[in-house]
Structure formats: C-alpha cells, structure tokens
Design a protein around this ligand. Sequence first.
Ligand SMILES: C[S@@+](CC[C@H](N)C(=O)[O-])C[C@H]1O[C@@H](n2cnc3c(N)ncnc32)[C@H](O)[C@@H]1O
Length: 365
Amino acid sequence: MNTYPQLKRNFLFLVIQEYYRNYENNNRILSEYINNRTLKSVKTLLRICITLLKFTNKPHYAIVNDAVEISKKFKKEKLINAVLRNILRSKNEIKYEKNIYPNFKKTIDKIFSSKSIRNYTYGTLFEKPKNYQISLLDNNSAIYNKRVFILEKKIMKSCFVQDIGNFEVINAIHKIYNDKNIIDLCAAPGGKTILLKSLGFNVLAIDKSQNQINKFKENLNRLNIKINIHKVDFLKKKFADKFNSILLDAPCSALGTFRRNPDVTIKVAEPEMKKYQKVQIEMLNKSLKILNNKGFLIYVVCSFHPFETIDVIDKIMQIHKNIKLHNIKSDKMIKRKNGYFINPYSFKELGGSDIFFVSVLEKIV
Ligand SMILES: C[S@@+](CC[C@H](N)C(=O)[O-])C[C@H]1O[C@@H](n2cnc3c(N)ncnc32)[C@H](O)[C@@H]1O
C-alpha cells in the first residue's frame, strides 16, 4: 500500500475502516445469500463489495465486474456474480444496521456496567472520530483544560495531534509523580513524552522501534523541542541506575483505539491477548526492578481488554507484595478493581475518545 499515491492510500484507508466498522452488518446482509461453508475469500470479497456499494460513488456495474474478474482466481465467478446481482436487485430493502462483533461487545460490557456508557461506546464505532491538536502552551481560546483544539485543516504551530483520551491520561497522572526526572520506557511516537515535557518533566525517553522513533523525531523537529530519545530494547537493557518516576505505556492490542482502527474489533482473540499480556507482565516486572522505594510506576495501555489491564495488575500484585495501588483524581475515568479506564461518555460533547487503562503503582518498603 505504501507504493500507492497518497490520494489512493487515503481512499483505501477509508474503505478499509468502513469494511471493519460494518463487518457484522455485512455478515448479516450476506447471510441471506451464502452459508457457513462458503469460502473465506468469497465472503471477504463480498463484504468488500457491499462496503464499496454503500460508501463510494464507484458505479455498481464496475464493482460487480471487478469482483467477478477477481473471483476467477478462485473459480467462484458465478457465485459472486449471482450474489451481487441479487443484492443490487434488492438494494432498496437492505437495512444498514449498527451491528457489533459479539466478542468486542462482550469486552465493552465487561468493563462498563452503565447502560448509557455502553450504548454510547458501541455507537462511537460508527462515527468518524474527531482529531484534536494539543497545544504546548496554555491557551484561553482552547477547549478542555486550555490545551486542546479541534483539528480543522491545519496543525497550528505549537500543537501536535493526538486523541483526547491520551491527553487526559497525562492530565490525570502527572501530579502523582514526586520526582520530575522520569523515564518513559515505551516513548515513541512521543504523545505522552511531549506532554510530560510541556509540564516541566525532564524525560529520559526510550523505545525499541526505529520507525516509531523517526515519527517521534519529526514531531520534535516541527515543535522545535529537544528530548533525548534512545533506541533501546527495555527488556534487554541493563540499567545501572534506579528511578523515582517511571511511565510504562506498554505495547498492547490497541483495542481502545477501535474508532480509528475498527479492525481491532474483530481481532479480540484470546491467544493474541495472552501474548500481549506476557510482554506487559515482563515489562512491569522489569520496571519494578529499576524503581526506587517510594517511587511511582504508572502503567498505561490503550486497551480495555481485561487480559491486558485488570488481569495484568492482578498478576503483578500476586508476584510483588511491596506494591501499593494509588487513586487517580479524574472525572473522566472510571475506577475498576486495580486501575482506571477512560470513560468515552465523559467526552460526549467532544465526540468521544479512545479508551485507555491506567494503574498507579508505588513501591513500598
Ligand atoms: C503504545 S506505544 C507507545 C506510545 C507512546 N507512549 C505515545 O504516547 O505516543 C508502545 C511502544 O512501545 C515500544 N516497545 C515495544 N516493546 C518495547 C521494548 N521491549 N522496549 C522498548 N520499547 C518497546 C513500541 O515500539 C511502541 O512505540
């Protein structure tokens, strides 16, 4: 896809987003024409076609012709042709519903007990999320804590783009740390590091991915700020020092970013989640080794799957008996057993937010 011209890439990206947003709905539509034994490739192609029919101006005959041509590769052109023509014949009766992939819905239901929050959260899957630009300076014309602007067309000079939930995480936790020298263990592309820096923190930033670090550096150059970012695999690195303040924004399934990346909604599979959990626990164990007594380690993931959030902290608390959990003051988060989830409903007026999990751990003697 990287070799496509930008305009085509943007178009494809939007189609892919709609494909996954409407995955369950399209399965329902297709269930009238195909069955469980239908080839996976046929189902995928048909779902793509329904997405194109609904969300693009591409002529219907062209969509059918292209699909028939492609399906010749797996010798299913008659089936594809017949299903698409049937769908087109009854296109005025087709109901486009907001169906949600069952496992994804179940995961939302596990975290949010309030019906209004659940319903709102389901609905945000079908809305195109707003982008926000966060200012490095306090600014009276900005909304929500004087730092946040809706991104219209152009990024303003002292701003960088991120989700409002990300902003709230740092907004809510930064006062907890009692030492402004902090190590950010998974820092790139720098959303949280830059916010910490703007709040007066002296950040030692590390990340293992050169790609992500390059994006981070682009941000830093544009904003004309200096932060040392080191390409380091945290799990392999030997540390001579210990720290009073640690941020671990761990790699995760990114389930909480489902509005921007609707594909995650259909990938909530246990084995995958267990893999993330293993790494997250490894990273937390190592973080605790380099944390000073009375120091604070804050664990963040942009996910709300129990495996990556509550269960991770549970397991860590079982291994380490010298950890105290701390409360967070935020009217935009919901407290669960051992951490907090961003409540997207609290950003209703701003178009919702990504969902992060945050847990604050203090090492006690
Ligand atoms: C959720 S992202 C961090 C986002 C970032 N904190 C922000 O707010 O923009 C997770 C990051 O962890 C990094 N990562 C994964 N495994 C790592 C490891 N073993 N050591 C250091 N960084 C790692 C990835 O490269 C990725 O950039």
